[in-house]
Design a protein around this ligand. Sequence first.
Ligand code: CU
Length: 175
Amino acid sequence: MPVLPHPSAVAVAVAVAVAVAVLCVPACDPGDGDDAAGSGDDAATTGVTGGQNCRDETRDDEYMLGLERSGDQLTVRFIDAVPSPPARFDNTWILEILDATGTPVDDVGLEVEPYMPDHMHGASIATKVTAMEEPGQLELDPVNLFMPGLWEVRLHFTMPDESTDEVVFRFCVDP
Ligand SMILES: [Cu+2]
């Protein structure tokens, strides 16, 4: 008998949570004037959804030409990005791959994995990687960032000796 109230209490709590989540969609708009209540809702919603608002995103890289990120062995540098900065849907990037001494590297394999950490999904459109004439430069096309929010573009490298390295760029794309 004492067990009965618990499931119904849980059901009520879930129903309230769902109602709050639904109500939060318009209420969490950054234009909402109620700062005290609004900012709390914004923070919670941004964490869960990955953020509809890149202005508030702090985990992303600040895009610029020459932006570099390194793995254990390799450094990757942006030579070009179209569009610039990276944006929603299809992107074309030219990246330069450098070894630890800063020398361009040509003989690496690269698999590109766009991933949304907040939603735990990738992109279904595969990125084609083409070697450019310039030493160490690769064209990635398309890098498909189809959904607004924070994307990690994970670059999985395979070295000639079969060892692997990973370099990650993080970009938030607006709707
Ligand atoms: Cu997503």
